[in-house]
Design a protein around this ligand. Sequence first.
Ligand code: COI
Length: 366
Amino acid sequence: MTTTPTSTSFAVTENDGRATPEQIAAVLENPGFGAHFTDHMAMIDWSKGEGWHDARVVPYGPLQLDPSAAVFHYGQEIFEGMKAYRHADGTVWTFRPERNAERLNNSARRLALPELPPTMFLDAIREVVTIDQAWVPSAESGETSLYLRPFMIATEHGLGVRPSNEVLFSVICSPAGAYFTGGLKPVSLWVSELYARAAPGGTGEAKCGGNYAASLASQAEGIENGCDQVVFLDALEHRYVEELGGMNLFFVYADGRLVTPELTGTILPGVTRSSLLELARERGMQVEERRFTIDEWRDGVASGEISEVFACGTAAVITPVGRLAWKGGEVTMPDRHEVTMSLREELLDIQYGRAEDRHGWLYQLV
Ligand code: COI
C-alpha cells in the first residue's frame, strides 16, 4: 500500500449547495451506475504556451465551452474509469491508479492531446475524493463504490482540423452500484457482424470517446436481438474475438486453462484484465493470451471444453456470460461460474481491504 503526498496545489471553491447527509444516504441506497454526481469536480487547464496550470476543485456543474470547441466536432477526447473503495476502518483507497495514469497518457499520445504528469493525475483524484469523501459508500454496503471518471477534452475554439492548443483535464465522481441493471447475473452477448469496433492502426487501444460512439449502433442491434452487450470481432478477418466495447473477455477451460484475447493494438488493455491474469497465474492456472476465434468459442462450449466465460472491467468488475447469439444461431454457456465467482471474490476482497494487498495494488486517498 502506497501513499504519496499531494504536490499539485489546487485552489478550492467549496460548493455552498452541498448535498445533505440525508440526500447522500438516499442516493447511496440505490446508486445505479453513472446517474448521480458528487458536489465537486477537479479541473486543470492546459495551453500550448503555459502547459498545465490553474489546478482547482470547484462545485460540480456544467462547463462553459465555445460551440466550435474541437471536442464537439472532431472528438479529441479521452477518459479513464476507476473506483474509490471504503475499507472497514473508514479509510478510502483506489486500485492501481498509476496504471490509469499511464494508460491516459498512452491515449493522449494517440489522440494528439498533452500528457498529464502522473502526480497531477493522482493529486486531482485525491483532492476531489477528499472533499467529497462523504459520498464514498460505507464498507458494509456490499459492492458499492465511488466511480471516478477522469477525462481530457480539446477546448480550443475554431473548426480547423488540428490538435487543440487548449485542453481541459477534469475528474468527476459518481456513486456506483451494479453496472448492469438487475445486478449480477449472466449477460447475453450479440456477435456484431455488421460493424467492427477498431482496426489495426486505429484507436482501439486508446480509451477515447470515439471508440464507444462507434460501438453504439452494434449495441443497439444487440439489444434489438434480445442481448445485453455486443462482442466485437477483428476488423480484417471477422474471426478473432476482441472485446465487448466496455469490457474484456475471458474463457475458462474445464482443464484449468484461462484464455483471453491478446492485446493486438485493437483491444483496450484493461486494468482488471491484467490484474486477473496475475491472480490466475498465482493460482497455478495455465494462462494463455492469444488470438481466439469465434469458432473456438462456439465449438469449445458445444464440446464442453469451455466451462465458463466472463467479461471484466472496472465498472462491471467481473460478469458471467450466459449466452452468445448471432444472426442465425446461438449457444448457451454452461450454468457454472465457480472460477468466475472466485476470481471476482478474490479481486473484490483486495479492493475492499478484506484480503492482504500482497501486490501493493492499493493506493490510499483518504
Ligand atoms: C469502466 O469499466 O470503467 C469503463 O470505462 C467501461 C464503461 C463504463 C465505459
